[in-house]
Design a binder for this molecule. Structure first.
Ligand code: HEM
Ligand code: SF4
Ligand code: SF4
Length: 526
């Protein structure tokens, strides 16, 4: 699938760069697609409830009640109708971009299969909501949708008498059939909400609300659109005529023209193949997963930090099994762990201030352990040369500097959240570099969800484990940006190095590493 993912990812990299500049990283809509989907859902739900107050559920009265809302009460019910339609369209748009982004970023395979595959019923239900919604207006578009949909449904051998027969003559349609549509139009969004809840079961602290500024901006745009281009109806449905020309809503009804060219059976087959392909995409091919996090009980004191920081709810606390004095121990569920290493960065036992053979922590990644991280740090530092030496700890999914070597060295982690703050202290206090730069994905767009956010909080001493006070803050710089911003990262490193040259070399700590030092580092200032 990489042949398909690569262009999708490149397109998102460029789009994110552009939108970061227009909206700022925090308000970039591409960083909040799922949350924007939810926001649209609430607008649709609130406007739908209002519309229902004025909507007449009889076949003959439905059209005139919608006309009343659109023309007579245009300032409120009319605006609500337009909001209902435009927010529904926007929900499809955000969903499609959200799917494409998760696919392009390769965040749909491995343990993420569950979140991806539960997205498929969401697609189906969203379309059921939209199609039944168009039906209720009972104008010529509704007639077109009703006739095509029922002809299509009748291909399935589930109804005794063909449902399309309801639309043969004006007399053949009764209120009961219409009431069924209303029932489906109300039930489907409720089931959709339930499936959205299931969709987020494996995502810890899901972001379901966009930042307030973005939400206000989006709402204002919808409102302006509703006032400038209010949603209107076609002429009333007339079953004695055949509808020939309609203005389609391509978000929901884009597939309907296909029915002119393909038989109902072919459309069913194509749709089934597409949906099944999307559903089973996580196994085409399956992800080659890195070894999942492992707990080392000798170094686990049951502090719960790894549970709090894991973005995927993969760690839980269970009663102690090794007889140690602590009540609980951490336990990793390998079916949920994405091997991001954020728990390693959270663990108070993760410190580089130990002798080489002693680097073991409470929770670690077998494929890239804390000992490997320290070895990589030392190797990178050795390669540094000149004045204003910068050691960059960077996330594998964030930007890469366009220039390395000389005064810049790069240590790559699976996620910047894997870096325990004590590594910054270690690098500077040992004089391994004159400054430390932390680099990772743009704000609110962390590949592993919370890496950048937890790192900021740890450095700012708002979250454990905190960066020690003694670390000179002028020698620590953070840079969060999209993958396409390698040049900007290099420029930032250059500016940082210039500042470090003015400051002079980092003062090297004269004390040798010892177990006393570990206690001092971990406990005295944590
Ligand atoms: C309108 C419908 C949808 C809404 C409102 C929605 C909402 C969300 C939200 C709020 C998140 C969590 C984001 C976070 O906090 O990091 C999420 C994650 C995700 N969604 Fe959706 N989603 C929708 C449809 C879909 C569909 C159709 C698919 C794919 C078929 C999909 C695939 C995913 C995946 C793979 C993730 C997990 C990303 C990760 O593990 O980091 N979503 N969704
Ligand atoms: S490696 Fe990441 S996903 Fe796995 S347990 Fe640690 S924090 Fe959770
Ligand atoms: S953060 Fe470390 S010490 Fe705390 S519970 Fe997790 S593994 Fe144990």
């Amino acid at each position: 699938m990489t042949w398909l993912q690569r262009p999708v990812r490149a397109a998102f990299d460029i789009a994110e760069l552009g939108l970061d500049r227009v909206f700022s990283q925090h308000w970039n809509p591409l960083h909040h697609l799922g949350a924007l989907g939810f926001f649209m859902y609430w607008i649709v739900a609130a406007s739908g409830i209002y519309l229902y107050i004025f909507f007449d559920t009889g076949i003959t009265a439905a059209y005139s009640s919608v006309e009343y809302m659109t023309n007579d009460q245009w300032y409120l019910a009319g605006v609500m109708r337009s909001l209902h339609r435009y927010a529904s369209d926007a929900m499809v748009l955000f969903m499609v971009i959200h799917m494409a982004r998760e696919f392009g970023l390769d965040r749909y395979r491995g343990v993420r299969w569950f979140t991806w595959s539960t997205g498929v019923p969401i697609i189906v239900l969203l379309f059921v909501c939209g199609i039944t919604g168009y039906w209720l207006v009972w104008d010529q578009l509704a007639q077109f949708v009703a006739v095509r949909s029922t002809e299509w449904l009748d291909w399935l051998p589930i109804f005794g008498t063909p449902t399309a027969a309801n639309f043969l003559t004006p007399e053949s349609l009764d209120d009961r059939f219409f009431s069924l549509m209303i029932f489906i139009h109300i039930a489907a969004p409720l089931i959709l909400l339930l499936i959205l809840w299931i969709h987020l079961q494996r995502v810890s602290r899901p972001q379901i609300n966009p930042p307030r500024g973005l939400a206000v901006g989006m709402f204002a745009m919808m409102l302006a659109l509703s006032l400038v281009m209010p949603a209107t109806s076609h002429a009333p449905a007339d079953l004695s005529t055949v509808v020939s020309v309609v203005r389609l809503d391509w978000y929901y009804l884009g597939l309907y023209p296909l029915m002119d060219y393909w038989s109902a059976g072919t459309v069913w087959a194509a749709l089934t193949v597409v949906l099944l392909t999307v559903m089973f995409l996580p196994w085409m091919p399956p992800m080659r997963r890195a070894a999942t996090a492992r707990v080392y009980l000798d170094h686990c004191n049951g502090c719960v930090r790894c549970v709090d920081d894991c973005p995927f709810g993969a760690v839980s606390m269970v009663p102690r099994t090794d007889g140690a004095k602590f009540a609980e121990e951490a336990l990793v569920d390998p079916d949920l762990c994405v091997s991001c290493g954020i728990c390693v960065g959270a663990c108070p036992s993760s410190t580089p201030f130990r002798r080489r053979g002693e680097i073991v922590t409470g929770i670690d990644l077998p494929d890239f352990s804390l000992a490997d991280l320290r070895a990589a740090t030392e190797a990178a530092a050795e390669a540094l040369d000149g004045e204003g030496r910068v050691l960059v700890f960077g996330c594998a999914h964030g930007p890469r500097p366009s220039k390395k070597g000389g005064t810049t060295a790069f240590v790559t982690l699976p996620c910047i959240g894997m870096l325990p703050p004590s590594f910054i202290d270690y690098t500077l206090s040992r004089g391994l570099a004159d400054g430390v730069m932390l680099s990772g994905c743009a704000e609110d767009a962390c590949y592993h969800r919370f890496g950048a956010e937890w790192t900021d909080a740890r450095v700012d001493r708002q979250r454990d484990p905190q960066l020690r006070r003694r670390v000179p803050r002028e020698r620590v710089r953070r840079h969060w940006a999209g993958r396409a911003e390698g040049k900007a990262l290099s420029a930032e490193i250059e500016r940082f190095a210039d500042g470090l040259r003015q400051l002079g070399p980092a003062a090297s700590d004269p004390l040798p590493p010892s177990s006393e030092r570990i206690l001092e580092t971990v406990e005295s200032d944590g």
